[in-house]
Structures are given as structure tokens and as C-alpha cells.
Design a protein around this ligand. Structure first.
Ligand SMILES: Cc1cc2nc3c(=O)[nH]c(=O)nc-3n(C[C@H](O)[C@H](O)[C@H](O)COP(=O)(O)OP(=O)(O)OC[C@H]3O[C@@H](n4cnc5c(N)ncnc54)[C@H](O)[C@@H]3O)c2cc1C
Length: 377
């Protein structure tokens, strides 16, 4: 049975998320964009409303949302501010490897802590290795019942505020893909984090370098057998890319709404500029591409929720929505003319915030590489 209509529970979630975005995120979005502060008050309210760590299963104290529900949620939150939404979403990213590869004891211990509000970060990228995950250099050396962890991660979202770090490191430096293992690491074991890195957009979401210098990690904190970390990281992408694509849809939708409202009221040659075909066609393109992006994101999420392989559909969704939001926000600035380039109007922020979708969770080129690789098989 094919059905494109949200269930009553999903509609309730969408409405709850939209109200939260309208009342708690949108009014403070500009403040956090300008001050670069961390949005702690919003994080706390999200926790109270069951909108943080949303993919933690109910048995560990979380709301137990599926990937499709995460898409519905993220579209609304990112409509309010994608920087705040990214800060809110990071716990869910760190939860994924624990859900995928964690033992029952690890889930009981750490998922319950994350559900209760402990902040977590997901650490793959290094100064010398991003897209090439197998090229990472952080090393975990086995010493009896512990591992000694050494290395540097970078661009770690929520790194400055996290208590828990899911870290991917080599346990066999002779191997590439098969040499990687994943670990849950607690800050108090000696993890050091840098200052938030200055960046183009999504200022409310902090990213930083994370340093491991002889950090002792109990062997019981390794996620799955040695050498399975790369596979875990790839499975994480299947679950994380649909909600990231959906967040891009939320930013594009906001840009479309702002641009449409402006085009209806701004006049030129004695008529609203929406009457000019050059302007209205930009809006029409936005409307249809937003719809297409939403369908791709939700389809890729539904497939995973229902036990199907979604690697290709998730790559379609991530690549399409990332490029789509970049075009939609650039065109929204265009519709506003000179005012679009001004900090006093909202679309300039949306364009800065949009760019990251073509980079994190796999770049737009890497998405095409995944798709092309399958085509060449
Ligand atoms: C704001 C922000 C937040 C982030 N949050 C996190 C986080 O929480 N955790 C984490 O682990 N990482 C995080 N990242 C890192 C992010 O995932 C990487 O930046 C991304 O994967 C790209 O890696 P790179 O920056 O090393 O670029 P590179 O991999 O060096 O890529 C450089 C260029 O080469 C291209 N390229 C690379 N490989 C291929 C290929 N096979 N085919 C074609 N072109 C290719 C890329 O598309 C890009 O254009 C974040 C990054 C940013 C900017």
C-alpha cells in the first residue's frame, strides 16, 4: 500500500515541532547567529518537550522515534534555525553507532544517560581525513583491559559541550577499512576540546577540535568487535542522511516562504514583483524542488525504518536536498534584491546556513561518488 499522507501521530509531531520552532527557535535565531552563543535555553526546553535525543528507544528512556519521524521533526526545527536544529540533532547522531553496534550493557549505560540530557558528539573527521574515513590516523592501542587513545579530531559538532564522545580510531594501523574500531569515550577520562571554530553559518551549532592524548578507554567501551568501526560508520550514514536532507528542506522552505511574502509586497513598475515572470519562476522552481526533496528524504527514511537497504536513496536525498537548499536560498536572496544581501533581512543568514549541507554528512561529490559506484557495478 502506497501512502503519501502523514498519520495522525505524525501530524501531531509535525505540529508540535512547528510550534516549538515558531515559539522557541525563530524568535532567538538572529540572536544566536550574531552572538555565536550556544543555545542552552533552547536545548533545555527541547529536552523537556521530548525533542532531544529523539532516536533513543523507549526502553532506554527516549521517545523512540523512527527515521521518518526524525525527518518530519528536523524539517520543522530547521525552518526555525538550522544552526539550533543541528545543535539539537547531534545527540541523535552519536546515538546511532551505539544503537547499531553497542551491547545491551552499553545501551543501558549510555543511551539512558543521553536520553536524560547528557550531551554527546560523533568523532570521525580529522585534520588529515574527512571524506576518506579509512585514512584516519587516531590510534587506539590495546593495553590489557584498556586502550590508549591518541589523536586529534576536528569539526566535531557539539564537541565543546559534550560529555560523551563516540570516537572512530585505528586498532590496526596496517589496515585501512578493516583497521577501524569505534569507542564510547567519557570526557572525564582526559578528553580535551578546543574553542568553537569560526565558520560561515549555523553559528548556534558549535564545532571544535577534540584532542586525545593517552586517554585510557576501558576495552568494554569498544562498540562491537575490533575492525568493525568502518562498517558501523557507513550504517550510521544510512540513518543520519535522511534527517539531514529533511533539515535542508526546512531551510529551503523558510527561504521560499520569506521570498514569496516579499515578492507579493515589493513593487516595481507599479506592480508586485511576483507578477514578473523572472521572479515568479524562481519561486515556482523552489516550490517544486522543495516538494521533490521532501519526498526523497522521507522515502529514504521509510525504507530504512521498514528494513530495506537505503544507501542509494539516502545518497539521492542528501545530494539533491543539499544542492536544492543552496539554490533555493541563493534565489531567495535574489528575489530580495539588494535587501537580500543585507544582514537586516533573514535570507542572507539562510544562504550562509545552507552551504554546510553540501559538506557535512558526506559532501555532494561523495554522494555522487556513491551513486556512480553503484551504477558502475
Ligand atoms: C560545520 C561542520 C560540522 C561538522 N560536524 C562533524 C561532526 O560532528 N563529526 C565529524 O566526524 N565530522 C564533522 N564534520 C566534518 C565533515 O563531515 C567533513 O568536513 C566532510 O566529510 C568533508 O571532509 P573534509 O572537510 O576533510 O574534506 P575533503 O574530504 O578533504 O574534501 C575536499 C574536497 O574533495 C572532494 N572529494 C573528496 N572525496 C571525493 C571523492 N571520492 N570524489 C569526488 N570528490 C571528492 C570533496 O567533495 C571536497 O570538495 C563537520 C564539518 C563541518 C564544516
Amino acid at each position: 500500500m502506497l501512502n503519501f499522507v502523514l498519520s495522525s501521530e505524525q501530524k501531531m509531531l509535525r505540529d508540535l515541532a512547528h510550534d516549538f520552532a515558531e515559539n522557541e527557535i525563530k524568535p532567538v535565531a538572529e540572536h544566536y547567529d550574531q552572538t555565536h552563543e550556544y543555545p542552552w535555553p533552547v536545548i533545555k526546553k527541547a529536552l523537556e518537550n521530548g525533542l532531544l535525543s529523539v532516536n533513543v528507544p523507549e526502553q532506554y528512556g527516549g521517545p523512540g522515534m523512527g527515521v521518518l519521524e526524525e525527518c518530519i521533526l528536523n524539517e520543522e526545527l530547521a525552518w526555525g534555525c538550522s544552526g539550533i536544529q543541528t545543535a539539537l540533532m547531534l545527540n541523535s547522531l552519536a546515538v546511532l553507532p551505539i544503537k547499531i553496534a553497542g551491547s545491551e550493557a552499553q545501551k543501558q549505560k549510555y543511551l539512558t544517560q543521553i536520553a536524560a540530557g547528557r550531551m554527546a558528539a560523533y568523532c570521525v573527521t580529522e585534520p588529515g581525513a574527512g571524506s576518506d574515513v579509512a585514512g584516519l590516523a587516531t590510534y587506539a592501542e590495546r593495553k590489557g583491559d584498556t586502550y590508549l587513545l591518541n589523536g586529534v579530531k576536528t569539526w566535531i559538532t557539539n564537541g565543546p559541550v559534550a560529555d560523551l564522545f563516540v570516537v572512530f580510531a585505528k586498532t590496526d594501523r596496517q589496515e585501512r577499512y578493516r583497521g577501524i574500531s569505534a569507542f564510547i569515550v567519557e570526557r572525564e577520562w582526559g578528553v580535551k576540546t578546543g574553542q568553537p571554530l569560526p565558520k560561515m553559518g549555523q553559528h548556534a551549532s558549535w564545532t571544535c577540535e577534540v584532542f586525545f592524548e593517552n586517554v585510557e578507554v576501558p576495552a568494554e567501551n569498544r562498540l562491537g568487535p575490533e575492525g568493525t568501526g568502518f562498517l558501523t560508520a557507513m550504517k550510521v550514514f544510512d540513518g543520519s542522511r535522511p534527517p539531514v536532507a529533511a533539515a535542508a528542506v526546512g531551510v529551503a522552505r523558510r527561504a521560499f516562504e520569506e521570498a514569496t511574502t516579499y515578492a507579493r509586497t515589493r513593487t516595481a513598475y507599479g506592480q508586485p514583483i511576483i507578477a514578473l515572470q523572472g521572479v515568479s519562476f524562481m519561486l515556482a522552481d523552489m516550490a517544486m524542488n522543495i516538494e521533490a526533496g521532501r519526498l526523497l528524504a522521507r522515502q529514504s527514511a521509510w525504507l530504512l525504518d521498514n528494513g530495506y537497504d537505503n544507501t542509494m536513496p539516502a545518497a539521492y536525498a542528501k545530494a539533491f536536498c543539499a544542492d536544492m537548499v543552496m539554490k533555493a536560498t541563493t534565489d531567495a536572496v535574489q528575489v530580495f534584491g539588494g535587501y537580500g544581501y543585507s544582514r537586516e533581512y533573514p535570507v542572507e543568514k539562510l544562504m550562509r546556513d545552507a552551504k554546510i549541507y553540501q559538506i557535512y554528512e558526506g559532501t555532494s561529490q561523495v554522494m555522487r561518488h556513491i551513486i556512480a559506484r553503484e551504477l558502475a557495478r
